[in-house]
Write a protein that binds this ligand. Structure first.
Ligand SMILES: Cc1cc2nc3c(=O)[nH]c(=O)nc-3n(C[C@H](O)[C@H](O)[C@H](O)COP(=O)(O)OP(=O)(O)OC[C@H]3O[C@@H](n4cnc5c(N)ncnc54)[C@H](O)[C@@H]3O)c2cc1C
Length: 328
């Protein structure tokens, strides 16, 4: 089998999504441990501009598969076309994004091609000569290094885990165009895409983000988070998905895989457990402070300062200390 690492590019609205650069970074790291060619595959209709962007940005060879009627993402079609392509290419590793799209097609693809599937990959390590993929388990409290003896492994790469190279490659990669010809076995019919009207509410630009989690207890305590946020200039209030689902904050303030990714200089997580879906949206922050009453909270694994305390005790005391006049 040719040793190839295949990157499946993610795109939407005619643009390559930034997570594709992170998957490429993951593939390059893997290549350091196991010499292999890296190729990128992109599916769509049209596909030319996407392929050119990928080849210029990464310098890697790109397989551009024009797939009639695939103007919008469709999981059944992705699985069908990729199954045929992978059977021909026989890559050792197949890397997709751990996003709504990637999670929709990648595990089913692994079943079709009889590959192993390791989801939510955050790092790659070598242990006893074996390449292991690190992912979180038990709600993010523990990490597991997973190896597979399978000939092929499908990986879903957690956004925010690998740093994408922002510079363009010096030489563009070769592009191989083809058209998908196999009949698709679509069992679902796409009915169109309903775009979310939610726009980030300043959380993506703020220097300081104070985020509320379910640990705040009830809606009234959002006021406490606002008071803490007001201590910092250039700050914004954000929240975990649960807090937004409860209606305590707007979805425009949600941080995470299905919310917004933020990179403030300071991120203060209040009563947030640290589920992978939340952490992937904030782990790139400059400095992370977390307040949680559970000393084993997973959020502490990505925090620079860990405050084990009831936030309803800590935050008022902190505000009082910060706002009381300093003795001369
Ligand atoms: C497909 C999918 C996508 C998702 N997308 C997102 C996403 O984009 N963003 C996101 O945030 N989540 C997302 N989630 C949900 C995610 O898995 C978690 O359920 C969610 O992040 C948990 O929110 P939380 O940390 O606020 O609540 P919890 O997990 O309930 O944690 C509450 C924390 O508060 C602490 N606590 C309780 N009381 C106090 C107190 N008085 N003082 C201090 N600490 C206290 C507890 O110890 C606990 O750690 C997604 C899930 C799925 C399946």
């Amino acid at each position: 089998m040719t040793s190839t690492i295949l990157v499946i590019a993610e795109h939407a609205d005619g643009q390559i999504r930034p997570v594709t650069g992170e998957i490429v970074a993951c593939a390059r790291q893997l290549q350091q441990l196991q010499p292999a060619d890296i190729r990128i595959v992109v599916l769509g209709d049209p596909v030319e501009t996407l392929a050119e962007t990928l080849s210029q940005k990464t310098g890697l060879p790109v397989d551009a598969i024009r797939t009639p009627h695939l103007a919008e993402y469709h999981g059944d079609t992705y699985r069908d076309v990729l199954t045929d392509f992978i059977k021909e290419l026989q890559p050792r590793y197949i890397c997709a994004a751990h996003t709504s799209q990637g999670l929709d097609f990648a595990p089913g693809l692994a079943v079709r091609i009889k590959a192993a599937c390791i989801t939510g990959v955050e790092a790659i390590v070598e242990a006893d000569g074996e390449i292991c993929f690190t992912r979180r388990i038990c709600g993010g409290k523990l990490t597991a290094d997973i190896a597979s003896p399978n000939a092929q492994i499908v990986l879903s790469v957690l956004p925010g885990s690998f740093s994408a190279d922002s510079s363009n490659a010096t030489t563009a990669g070769a592009i191989c165009y083809r058209t998908a010809i196999s009949e698709t076995s679509a069992r679902t019919i796409p009915c169109g895409v309903l775009r979310s009207s939610v726009k980030a509410s300043g959380i993506t630009e703020a220097d300081v983000v104070v985020a509320a989690g379910r640990g705040i207890g009830d809606r009234e305590n959002i006021a406490l988070i606002h008071r803490l946020t007001a201590l910092f200039s250039g700050s914004a209030v954000a929240g975990s998905r649960i807090v937004c689902d409860q209606g305590w904050l707007d979805y425009a303030q949600q941080v995470g895989v299905t919310g917004f990714s933020v990179q403030p200089a300071l991120y203060i997580a209040c009563g947030i457990s640290g589920a992978v879906q939340h952490v992937s949206g904030m782990r790139a922050s400059g400095f992370i402070v977390s307040i949680n009453s559970d000393p084993n909270a997973a959020i502490f694994n990505v925090s620079d300062i860990c405050i084990v305390e009831d936030l309803k005790t800590f935050i008022p005391l902190f505000i009082e200390t910060a706002t009381s006049p300093h003795p001369d």
